[in-house]
Ligand binder design. Structure first.
Ligand code: G4P
Length: 526
C-alpha cells in the first residue's frame, strides 16, 4: 500500500505542446538526455510532418511508424518517474493532440522567442485552460534575435490568457546572449555555446553584488538588475497552489538545441509539477490512490506491422495497479480481458511490463477491441468523461467504389473511426456516409489505409458544409420537431446522436434564431 502510494506520488506525466518548429522535439530530446533515457543527441526522430510534405501521405505513413516509438517516453530523474506523452505538432492532427491532453497531468508549452505565440499554440493552450491543466512555459532559441522578454510575457497574457511568473530571466539575446539568471534557485547560468565544458553555474543570491559586472559586463549587469527589479515588483513570488490550479504559469528562457536552460526547467518541473491527478467518470470521481484499478484508452496506433493488422491501444492508468496477465473488465464490451504483453516505453525502446501505476501509460496489443475512450476496470461499470470529439470543419461524402469489397469497406471505415482518424456521420435524408475532419490530410490517410490495410476502394465527393454541431433539446418533442423541420440537414454520429450540418456560419446563426430552444454544441460531450 505504502509502496503504491509512493509510486504514484513520484510520477510526473506531461505533454509538450508547441507550434511546429518551436523546438518541441529538441527539448524532448534534451530532457531524455538528462534522464539518461538516451545517450546521444539525434536519437529522437522528429515526428513532425515537414512543411514540404503536407500532401505526401507516404511520408505520413513513414512518420506514423516513427511516432509510435515516441508516443510515450519515460525516464527517472531525481527519484521521480517522468512520463512524456508526445503530441503531433501538425495542425491536421490536432485532435490526436487534444486527446493526448486528456491523459496528461500538466504541460510544458514551447515558444519560439522570435515568433512569439503562434496559432497552434493558441489552440492547444485554450484546451489546456478549459481543463485547468497546469502549464509551464519555455521560451526557446534565445541564441537568436527575438522579441523583447517583457513583450513576450505580455503576449502570453494577452493571446493565451495566461497569468505568468518568470522563474528565469535572459541576459541579452542572439549574438549578445550571455545566459540566464535563475530567479527560482538564485543562480547565474552563463551561456558557453562553443565550449565543451558544462555551463558555468554561479550561486548568486544578490544580483546587486558588484561581481556580477565581472561576469557579464557592466551594461548587461545593470540591465539585468533593472529588469529583475521590475519583475520582483510586478509579479508575486510563485505560488505553487496557483500553478497547480492552472491559474499561474512559470516561465523559463533558454535554448534547447544548446541544452541551455533545460536543466533549470526540468529541476523545477519535477519539484512543482503535479503527480497523477483525479479523473472524472460519469459515475464517480476516480482518485489515483484508490485501490481499484481503472484506466482509459486515449490513443490507438494502427498498422505497426503491415503484415498483420495489429494495433496498439494506449491506456492511461488512473487508479489501482495494472498487472500483466490479470483479468480486467472491458466496460463497453461487458467482458473480461487479460493482456499477456502490455508494453512500456523507454524512449525508443519497448519492453514488456509487469506492473504499472497511475500516471503511467501502457500499450495494449489489440486486434480491434478498443476504441478511443474505452474504459478498463477491476469489474466496475464506469465511463470516463472528457474525451470529446471536436466539431469538424471539412467534409466529404465517402462511397464504396468496389461492390465486391463492401464488407472490407465497412469494416475499414468502422475501425478507422474507432481509432479517431476522423468522424463519421450518416445523413438521415439519403443515408449516405459523410466523413468530417479537422484537416484535409486525413482524407488521404483514410483512402490510402482503406486500400492498403483493408483492400477497399473509397471514393470521395465534395460537400459544401462549414460545420457539424451536436444538437440537444429540452424535450423529445422539441427534438423531433427540429429534426422533422430541418430534415435535409440532419445526420447521426456513430453513437446515434443528432448532428446538425450547417452550410455556413450564417445558416447556423439563422437556424439558431428560428429554433431558440435548440442548443448547438461544438464538442460531442456536453
Ligand atoms: P518542433 O518539434 O517543435 O517542430 O521543433 P524541432 O525541435 O524539430 O526544432 C525546429 C528547428 O529549430 C530545428 O532546426 C532545431 O534544430 C531548431 N532549434 C531548436 N531549438 C533551438 C534553439 O534553441 N536555437 C536555435 N537556433 N534553433 C533551435 P531545423 O533546421 O528545422 O532542423 P535540424 O536540421 O536542425 O534538425
Amino acid at each position: 500500500m505504502k509502496e503504491r502510494i509512493a509510486e504514484i506520488k513520484r510520477r510526473r506525466t506531461f505533454g509538450i505542446v508547441s507550434h511546429p518548429d518551436a523546438g518541441k522535439t529538441t527539448l524532448t530530446e534534451k530532457l531524455l538526455l538528462f534522464g539518461g533515457a538516451i545517450q546521444v543527441a539525434g536519437a529522437v526522430k522528429s515526428n513532425k510532418i515537414k512543411k514540404t510534405a503536407t500532401s505526401d501521405f507516404m511520408e505520413i505513413e513513414k512518420q506514423r511508424g516513427i511516432s509510435v516509438a515516441t508516443s510515450v517516453m519515460a525516464f527517472d530523474y531525481k527519484g521521480k518517474k517522468v512520463n512524456i506523452l508526445d503530441t503531433p505538432g501538425h495542425k491536421d492532427f490536432a485532435e490526436d493532440t487534444y486527446r493526448t491532453l486528456t491523459a496528461v497531468d500538466s504541460v510544458i508549452v514551447v515558444i519560439d522567442v522570435a515568433k512569439g505565440v503562434e496559432e497552434q499554440t493558441e489552440n492547444l493552450v485554450k484546451v489546456c485552460r478549459l481543463r485547468k491543466t497546469p502549464i509551464i512555459v519555455f521560451i526557446n532559441k534565445l541564441d537568436r534575435e527575438g522579441k523583447d522578454a517583457f513583450d513576450l510575457l505580455d503576449e502570453l497574457e494577452e493571446k493565451l490568457g495566461l497569468s505568468v511568473r518568470p522563474l528565469s530571466w535572459p541576459i541579452g539575446m542572439g549574438q549578445r546572449f550571455q545566459g540566464v539568471y535563475d530567479l527560482y534557485q538564485k543562480k547565474l547560468i552563463l551561456f558557453r555555446p562553443h565550449s565543451k565544458q558544462q555551463d558555468d553555474v554561479i550561486e548568486f543570491t544578490d544580483i546587486n553584488d558588484e561581481s556580477l559586472d565581472g561576469f557579464v559586463g557592466e551594461e548587461a549587469a545593470e540591465t539585468l538588475r533593472e529588469e529583475v527589479g521590475m519583475i520582483e515588483e510586478v509579479y508575486d513570488p510563485l505560488n505553487q497552489e496557483e500553478y497547480l490550479e492552472g491559474e499561474i504559469s512559470p516561465v523559463f528562457f533558454g535554448s534547447a538545441v544548446n541544452n541551455f536552460g533545460v536543466k533549470e526547467l526540468l529541476d523545477c518541473f519535477v519539484e512543482i509539477a503535479p503527480s497523477p491527478l483525479p479523473r472524472t467518470t460519469e459515475e464517480r470521481d476516480i482518485l489515483p490512490d484508490d485501490e481499484r484499478f481503472t484506466g482509459f484508452v486515449f490513443k490507438i496506433h494502427a498498422n505497426m506491422d503491415p503484415k498483420h493488422r495489429d494495433r496498439l491501444a494506449f491506456m492511461r492508468i488512473c487508479s489501482g495497479v495494472f498487472e500483466r496477465n490479470t483479468n480486467y473488465y472491458h466496460v463497453r464490451h461487458n467482458r473480461k480481458m487479460k493482456f499477456p504483453n502490455p508494453t512500456a516505453f523507454m524512449a525508443n525502446k519497448k519492453e514488456i511490463l509487469d506492473v504499472a501505476y497511475p500516471g503511467d501509460v501502457v500499450g495494449l496489443y489489440d486486434s480491434g477491441t478498443f476504441k478511443i475512450g474505452d474504459t478498463l476496470t477491476a469489474g466496475e461499470k464506469l465511463s470516463f468523461k472528457g474525451i470529446p470529439s471536436f466539431s469538424p470543419e471539412i467534409f466529404r461524402y465517402v462511397d464504396n467504389k468496389d461492390p465486391m469489397k463492401y464488407k472490407q469497406f465497412e469494416k475499414g471505415i468502422d475501425q478507422l473511426m474507432d481509432e479517431g482518424v476522423a468522424q463519421l456521420f450518416i445523413r438521415q435524408e439519403n443515408n449516405r456516409k459523410i466523413i468530417g475532419c479537422v484537416g484535409s490530410l486525413q482524407f488521404d490517410v483514410i483512402q490510402y489505409r482503406l486500400e492498403n490495410e483493408y483492400g477497399a476502394m473509397a471514393g470521395y465527393e465534395p460537400l459544401r458544409l462549414a460545420k457539424a454541431v451536436w444538437v440537444s433539446a429540452p424535450s423529445d418533442e422539441k427534438m423531433k420537431e427540429f429534426v422533422q423541420r430541418r430534415k435535409r440537414d440532419i445526420a447521426k454520429d456513430k453513437k446515434g446522436n443528432y448532428v446538425f450540418l450547417a452550410e455556413s456560419k450564417w445558416t447556423l446563426n439563422m437556424v439558431q434564431e428560428n429554433f431558440p430552444d435548440i442548443t448547438f454544441h461544438y464538442t460531442s460531450e456536453f
